[in-house]
Ligand binder design. Structure first.
Ligand SMILES: NC(=O)c1ccc[n+]([C@@H]2O[C@H](COP(=O)([O-])OP(=O)(O)OC[C@H]3O[C@@H](n4cnc5c(N)ncnc54)[C@H](O)[C@@H]3O)[C@@H](O)[C@H]2O)c1
Ligand SMILES: O=c1ccn([C@@H]2O[C@H](COP(=O)(O)OP(=O)(O)O[C@H]3O[C@H](CO)[C@@H](O)[C@H](O)[C@H]3O)[C@@H](O)[C@H]2O)c(=O)[nH]1
Length: 318
């Protein structure tokens, strides 16, 4: 297929674009480099530097579909500057959908998120759990999910929203390079690499098995595999929503243990208060992704940490 990948200079978009190229697809990346990197765009992809609001300049009827990763995605920033999230994630996606309609491009796979659910007590979380986002980031992604449902009904769009839980790991020289980095695994690895004296553990009083928060970490290559499957599963007139996670939760302390084992470094930590807005536990049911996409995650926490560590050792300082 000929595909537009928005956000393809970023962490996840760059890795999915790499795997799309390996699978024989033709890829054009549209990215404004606001949080991504020019060298994150894989070799073999065409690159347009621009905002998603410029999608009309890039799309034409020769495209078979769009994978839409470009977004603002920091929870705490979304609380401080909500307008940035409504403008980029919601108005930006509306402009992208307008451009798709104008160019008659009728297939989209969208990066949704577990943050649409808020802090549900149900575990594992199925797609039937009522979404109740607790921050503007999650609310903006939920708004896009609603846009896709109505576009599918009104215009026969083939749409899939993939609700990622916590993505980790690296592939083929592409990994996480966020600035600031807020994610747990790269922050722990920065300490293991000696770049920082200690990592912070946000909250040790959660109602979990060791008092630290539980998340469902998913290898970015397993995530990419789901995108390739979603492209072919997308059906005109239908908006499919699937959670993507392993179904297994890990506490912050369990991730810390894995990082210590993989790196062989002590990784000192400081206990800090809970981070505002962090739910105690988010673990996915991926039954629907298995049924609809034939998808199953294959890589465990150790392999995510090991791949992220070898990426960091080879590339992070270059
Ligand atoms: N990392 C995770 O654990 C996680 C979990 C759930 C959902 N997601 C979603 O996955 C997607 C990718 O996340 P990531 O971690 O790779 O983030 P990232 O910041 O590394 O990548 C986002 C890319 O989009 C680009 N971009 C941002 N705004 C743009 C705009 N207006 N126009 C064009 N390009 C723009 C950035 O420059 C960047 O290259 C996001 O939509 C995010 O909300 C990520
Ligand atoms: O230095 C750190 C960083 C994080 N944490 C904790 O580790 C857990 C995971 O945090 P993080 O890696 O920042 O991910 P989340 O806040 O869970 O958010 C990610 O996962 C969500 C879905 O679960 C997505 O919606 C978001 O986009 C994505 O950033 C949380 O309990 C944090 O409080 C720490 O203790 N120390």
């Amino acid at each position: 297929m000929k595909l537009l990948v928005t956000g393809g200079a970023g962490y996840i978009g760059g890795i999915v674009a790499t795997l799309l190229l390996e699978a024989g697809h033709e890829v054009t990346v549209l990215d404004d480099l606001s949080t991504g990197h020019r060298d994150g765009v894989p070799e073999g992809a065409a690159f347009h530097q621009g905002a998603i609001t410029d999608a009309a300049d890039v799309l034409d009827p020769s495209f078979d579909g769009v994978l839409h990763f470009a977004a603002k995605s920091l929870v705490s920033e979304s609380v401080r500057r909500p307008e940035l999230y409504w403008r980029t994630n919601v108005c930006g996606t509306l402009a992208l959908l307008d451009a798709m309609r104008a160019a008659d491009v009728r297939r989209i796979v969208f990066s949704s998120t577990a943050a649409t659910y808020g802090a549900p007590e149900t575990t594992p979380i199925t797609e039937d759990v009522p979404p109740q986002p607790t921050n503007p980031y999650g609310a903006s992604k939920l708004a896009v999910d609603a846009m896709l449902t109505s576009e599918a009904q009104a215009y026969d769009l083939a749409a899939v929203s993939l609700r990622y839980f916590n993505v980790a790991g690296a592939y083929a020289g592409h990994g996480e390079r966020h600035d600031p980095e807020t994610h747990l695994i790269p922050n722990l690895l920065a300490v293991a690499a000696g770049e920082r004296p200690a990592a912070q553990v946000f909250g040790t009083d959660y109602p979990t098995r060791d008092g630290t928060a539980v998340r469902d970490y998913l290898h970015v290559v397993d995530l990419a595999d789901a995108h390739l499957r979603a492209l072919t599963a997308a059906t005109p007139g239908r908006h499919l929503i699937c959670n993507l996670g392993t179904g297994t939760g890990s506490t912050v302390h369990e991730v810390l243990t894995a990082v210590r084992e993989v790196t062989g470094h002590e990784v000192p930590v400081e206990e800090s208060p809970r981070r505002a807005g962090d739910p105690p536990s988010l673990v996915a049911s991926h039954d629907r992704a298995t049924a609809e996409l034939g998808w199953k995650p294959r890589r465990d926490l150790h392999s995510m940490v090991a791949d992220a560590w070898s990426y960091r050792q080879r590339h992070a300082s270059s």
